[in-house]
Design a protein. Sequence first.
Length: 220
Amino acid sequence: MKNAEISVSILDADFAKIGHIIEEIEEGEADSIHLDIMDGHFVPNLSFGPGFVKSIRKLTDIELDAHLMVERPGEYLERFADAGCDSLIVHLESDADMEPVLDKIEKLGLKAGLALNPATDLHGIDGVAGRLDKILIMTVNPGFGGQKFIMECIGKVEHAKRKICELGIDAVVGVDGGINNETGRMAAEAGADFLVAGSALLNSERLPDAIRKLRKECFA
Ligand code: DX5
Ligand code: ZN
């Protein structure tokens, strides 16, 4: 059975209303909240840190996925684990040796994910693929919400699914960036198990309905 999960990125949310937004995310029965952590070095933007995540953790039991767009992820793993994250997704392109980072995430008892920028070849995960719970295919260059989906990345989603089957590993493939009902359907048809969506949901009339509609349009 294909996973058909929706993860809501709150990067562009009105943080003054985050309590209400989280209630709406729960009402829309999203599977997780996607926390875009940015350090201003790995990507040219700053977002929020462990303190904000800790506040969110107090408001909901939903799965919290931290997407660490940071140069040195190893330095932040404990802090985001303590803040209540359920999974930590690091970038292959960060300047960290993946083995010790994955060792640490395993020791923390959290799920481990690896994110790949659009220009990064999937072969980059070969050495550690067996240790991953999630592979996140970026369909925008990371740093900002509201960007246009990069169509050329669709092939990488299919390739990631083939790789998982060939290696017989128990990982899921997610797609992140520019996801809406149309691009989400293409990503799901290419094999995506979970879709990360931010602006397409946050800018909708009613967030709970938009979450349900995205799942229905993409995974039905
Ligand atoms: C971009 C982030 C994405 C982004 C998704 O660097 O990793 O999660 O916030 O937002 P939309 O859906 O608006 O592209
Ligand atoms: Zn993200």
